[in-house]
Design a binder for this molecule. Structure first.
Ligand code: GLY
Ligand code: MN
Ligand code: MN
Length: 506
């Protein structure tokens, strides 16, 4: 047996010497033409420059992350870490194990000690990744995770350079690049993404007696998160595309309501139909779809989706298409399965819509992030009070220190930032997020709800089991806002008219 024999799974037939000699022969050459530059690449340089300016003289290490095991030797579909995607423009399933390194460009490159951090002039970006192996390498046929025969033709160094506009080097060179001057160049890594890389860096720091406080790594993650608070034109275009594709998916689900009712486990059917369109039009769903009929709508993160869909029910669907660049929509509509709201359903729906409109109206440049929630929740509390549900006055409930009773029926916030992550900018500092001010280019959700559980004895009987959320994706503009998800109707009459056009005539 040949000495190139790779370690094989216990069910795999060993490769003979004859096979190893035969397999690399008689293949057409790889295409000579390089791929076009990714449209995002026009924007990524500016993003990298911004992060470079925040950390002069320091080495910045931003990993894509490894493949992650779903079970045994099968992996989840790869999705790069969002900071990596943002700085490289790589989306879909590119590129497991890759690492972006921003290397400080010192005035005297050979001796960083001569150049104090502030003398460093920006950074040079290099993308380290595992380029495809030649067909003579066992990887080609024997590596189920990376081999061309198993996962398709992966990029060469030149191809990924052409796509991203970044200099690319083999991953095998990364340890040496990270070791260079490690005692003199402060290094920061996004720690939680790639355990093996983080361990390697920590070990290099230890063995070179580099003093190190893990806070420095956390500061990089924070800066990368805050870098995404304001979206550039490319990102806004991608979020609009994600919303438009999501509207197409919602429509397809509605058309299938009668089938979902007839098949049983209708919630799953809705999830599946939306998932089909998310995969067909984009990369995937941006988060686990919530398809919650009847009282399930009152479970905020109902992603089990194994319930029935019945004529007369509302179904709350919180779903978003993630496009190939990984930007995702996050849209909720609560719809009557048979096309018409009952009076009780409409009463709750209209209250939530009024709250949402109050939130959208408050989402203006210069407003506080919390103004949106405060505007929406005031309307929610007022309706709960009018229905005799709230055990205290509206003002007492809205008192943040001593009240909060209304939260029994809407425990979640009204807004979050939206982008590559559905809950984008999650590591931004509090003063720039919840304590921050809305600025043009931010994209937030406005998503109030009222959730009246079937088991809630404080709720009038005719309203029990009704849960409504309406969620839209709102771009803050110079003079107000733009609803990116307005292709899906919200007004109850418009919703009924839209449903009438999609459902069979009865
Ligand atoms: N779909 C998650 C959320 O609305 O935040
Ligand atoms: Mn949502
Ligand atoms: Mn949301």
């Amino acid at each position: 047996m040949n000495d190139q024999q790779p370690r094989l799974p216990n069910r795999q037939t060993p490769f003979s010497d004859a096979f190893v000699a035969f397999i690399p022969t008689d293949w057409a050459p790889y295409p000579a033409e390089l791929p076009d530059r990714l449209p995002a690449a026009e924007f990524t340089e500016h993003r990298r420059d911004t992060i470079s300016a925040a950390f002069p003289g320091e080495r910045l290490v931003i990993p894509a992350g490894p493949l992650s095991v779903r079970s045994n030797d099968t992996d989840y579909r790869f999705r790069p870490h969002s900071a990596f995607a943002h700085l490289t423009g790589l989306g879909s399933d590119r590129e497991p194990d890759a690492v972006l390194v921003l290397e400080p460009s010192f005035t005297d490159a050979d001796d960083p000690a001569e150049a104090s951090g502030v003398d460093a002039e920006g950074h040079t970006a290099t993308l380290y990744f595992k380029p495809r192996a030649p067909r003579t390498d066992p990887e080609f046929y024997a590596d189920a995770r990376y081999g061309e025969m198993w996962v398709g033709t992966r990029d060469s160094l030149e191809e990924l350079e052409a796509l991203t506009g970044l200099p690319c080097r083999p991953l095998a060179e990364l340890p040496a690049a990270l070791t260079l001057h490690i005692d003199r160049v402060d290094t920061r890594v996004v720690r939680e993404v790639d355990d093996r890389l983080t361990k390697l860096l920590d070990e290099l720091r230890r063995s070179n007696a580099v003093e190190f406080d893990p806070c420095v790594d956390a500061e990089l993650a924070t800066a990368l998160s805050e870098l995404r608070l304001i979206k550039d034109d490319f990102e806004i275009g991608q979020l609009q595309l994600a919303c438009d594709d999501t509207a197409v998916g919602f429509e397809a689900v509605v058309r299938d309501f009668p089938t979902a009712v007839a098949q049983g486990r209708g919630e799953r059917w809705c999830e599946g139909v939306f998932g089909l369109h998310a995969r067909h039009r984009g990369n995937d769903v941006g988060y686990g779809s919530i398809c919650a009929a009847g009282d399930h709508a009152n479970t905020l993160h109902w992603i089990r989706n194994d319930g029935e869909l019945a004529d007369g029910d509302l179904i709350l669907m919180d779903m978003g298409v993630e496009v190939e660049t990984l930007y995702t929509a996050d849209i909720t509509r609560t719809l009557p399965v048979n096309g018409r709201f009952t009076p009780a359903q409409r009463k709750v729906y209209e209250a939530v819509l009024e709250a949402q409109q109050a939130g959208i109206d408050a989402a203006r440049p210069g407003a506080r992030f919390t103004d949106v929630h405060e505007a929406a929740i005031r309307v929610v509390a007022r309706h709960l009070h009018a229905w005799g549900i709230l055990p205290v006055s509206v003002e007492e409930s809205l008192d943040q220190l001593n009240g909060g009773h209304h939260r029994r029926w809407m425990v979640h916030g009204t807004s979050h930032h939206l982008g590559i992550d559905v809950h984008d900018c999650a590591e931004a500092r509090q003063e720039y997020y919840r304590g921050g001010v809305l600025r043009p280019g931010m994209v937030i959700t406005v998503e109030p709800g009222i959730y009246l559980k079937a088991t809630d004895l404080l709720v009038p009987e005719e309203l029990r089991g009704i849960g409504v959320r309406i969620e839209d994706d709102i771009l803050i503009t110079e003079d107000g806002n733009r609803n990116l998800s307005d292709k899906l109707p919200r007004d109850p009459d418009a919703v009924e008219a839209w449903l009438a056009g999609l459902l069979p005539k009865s």
